[in-house]
Design a protein around this ligand. Sequence first.
Ligand code: PMP
Length: 398
Amino acid sequence: MRPAVTLPPTAARVNAVGPSPVREILALTARPEVINFAGGLPAPELFDAEGLRAAYDRVLAEDPQRVLQYSTTEGDLDLRTAVAARLTARGLATGPDDLLITSGSQQALTLLAVALLEPGDVVLVEDPCYLAALQCFGFAGARVVPVPTDEDGIDPAALAEIAERERPKLLYLVPTFQNPTGRTLTAPRRREVAELAGRLGFRIIEDDPYGELRYDGQPVPWIATDPAAADRTALLGSFSKVLAPGLRLGYLRAPAELRRACVIAKQGADLHTSTVDQAAAARYLRDNDLDAHVATVRAAYRERRDALLGGLAAALPPGSRWNQPAGGMFVWASLAGGLDATELLATAVKHEVAYVPGAPFFVGDPDRGALRLSFITQGPDVIEEGLRRLAKAIEEHG
Ligand code: PMP
């Protein structure tokens, strides 16, 4: 018998970062009986499967040798041209060469972390913050420093003070319909953030997967449109919430030197995003009216948001608070009466309803009563039933 050898352990950073609590909860709640306010899963019945199938059929029939081949790291020119036109129409003049197509906008976060961060660099984040961004910055060895937020997003006064002290390299923001809170940073605050970035010399990641899912009010201009921040802001977008997340298609719009650094990082990650998926998406955008599809999705999600908001008062303990997001996927609530949302979850799952406790999203002191409720996956009737189950779980939990 050969003597047993001990294999080298996995890298310490994997344990240090740890698994995503949200994805673990998703596994726990995958049973079809469970009414799911947990994952931000786009409504599957609204996927335009026919349109996408036609687009795949066409590119595979008409151009198989190209769409099944390796392709450039920057991404499909037709797709970049279509995305650039959409960004330009929304107020941010963009050409195809300003863009890098990524495998989901999640990959753009990884590429930016690889391209920008040295171990120990400071990254400022909203508190609470999108979890998988924290994982990316953790893998890069960054020191993540939380900045307080309120109903209008990140607090500019606190940001100024923390940025003066910490001299961050980067500020990560989801300014519109944030994950997990659904909050939107106001236009005056965007101005302040841009000016601060200009004055103190940090970069901004403006992560915007939800901006097109607006149910009320007027769009607020991207920070990337502000002259003070234009040369230091990377804007991320995604097809996940407006078309289908399984496509894994996103994009990064960044100033030339940063985009080139991300192209190098992407070569080491996956060479390029799937050629056939990009070609099919470009073809879909040519043959279909994505805006009309998004309008249908918006109308359905608005109704679902209203169903959730309409039922929360009866479901949560008196004195609980929650917001009224103008778009996106999430309502952020805080349970009254000292209830701990993490402890309550086991009882909720027993009653076949699930949500995500708020605590893991905090880098600083968590609000233990906080929870994130996604309203997009199921129709109003199911949402109402889910809230009845949640009320029973709260009653039983005591
Ligand atoms: N950023 C934020 C804020 C998100 O909520 C998500 C998805 N949950 C992503 C990025 C990643 O989305 P995708 O990779 O599907 O584009």
